[in-house]
Design a protein around this ligand. Structure first.
Ligand code: ADP
Length: 245
């Protein structure tokens, strides 16, 4: 982020490197129930991102001193595969993945009815197989589908999107080049029914006016992304119901 470069990210017609306009999303596809051994699962393809989420629980929290007598604890673990980026990524947790795991755990805790499961733990494993910018948001968006697939009660989905600033212009859903060479990156996630924001981070600089444009672009995109989440779950139900057994 913020690396000065001569690369031109927006052409004279206002179009981006991949041909999108400022408010366009990359293609998004979500499939629920992709792993048989997990309690719930989902796969998301968002632009060039490919991410699998596996959910386990609610089960008794371990070690016991971690238990909360009033609610379930939600443990998201975000991990990037070594082969998920151009240069091999050193395997294992680093500061970035620990931070992302923490903010995703907090965002999911706001949606899950954690108070129904005292002393329990819900594990959400987010495995990034291919990274193309916006992985925390894509992983979070897929996580709430995987949690619903596990039958864990939620107040609402968690649905996210990023916006940012490239070549001085506010645009939705940054691509890898835009993330690398742009001036700001703003990932946001909300509960779509209430509009309550459960994750907001910012890298780079935006004026107040640019920030407002960016957040309203995101809040406009959230119902579109939520529809893809809902469709992933309803087609899963159809597949299960269509077995004829
Ligand atoms: P997000 O993926 O949520 O946008 P960042 O803004 O930190 O998170 O990262 C942007 C993109 O930079 C990632 O999606 C990925 O494509 C790339 N990236 C992140 N970490 C690494 C890394 N350790 N090595 C190579 N590329 C990385």
């Amino acid at each position: 982020m913020g690396t000065q470069s001569d690369i031109k990210l927006i052409d004279e017609n206002g179009l981006r490197l991949d041909g999108r306009s400022a408010g366009d999303l990359r293609p998004i596809r979500i499939e629920a129930g992709v792993l048989e051994r997990a309690d719930g699962s989902a796969m998301i393809e968002w632009g060039g991102n490919k991410i699998i989420v596996a959910v386990y629980g609610p089960r008794e929290a371990y070690p016991k001193h971690n238990q909360d007598i009033n609610r379930a604890i939600v443990k998201a673990r975000y991990n990037m595969a070594a082969f998920s980026v151009d240069e091999r990524k050193r395997p294992g947790p680093d500061r970035r993945s620990i931070e992302i795991s923490k903010v995703l755990s907090e965002a999911l805790s706001a949606a899950i009815m954690v108070e129904q499961f005292p002393r329990a733990q819900i594990d959400v494993f987010i495995e990034v197989l291919q990274a193309d910018a916006g992985t925390r948001i894509a992983g979070l968006t897929a996580s709430s589908v995987a949690i619903a697939d596990a039958g864990i009660p939620m107040r609402d989905f968690v649905t996210g999107c990023t916006a940012g600033k490239v070549d001085g212009k506010v645009v939705l859903d940054l691509s890898k080049e835009e993330d690398n060479f742009g001036q700001a990156d703003l990932p946001v996630a909300a509960l779509p029914k209430s509009g309550k924001i459960v994750l907001m981070q910012m890298d780079g600089d935006l004026s107040v006016e640019e920030f407002e444009t960016a957040t309203s672009m995101i809040m406009n995109a959230i119902p579109r992304i939520n529809e893809i989440q809902r469709n992933a779950l309803s087609s899963r139900v159809k597949v299960e119901g269509g077995g004829g057994e």
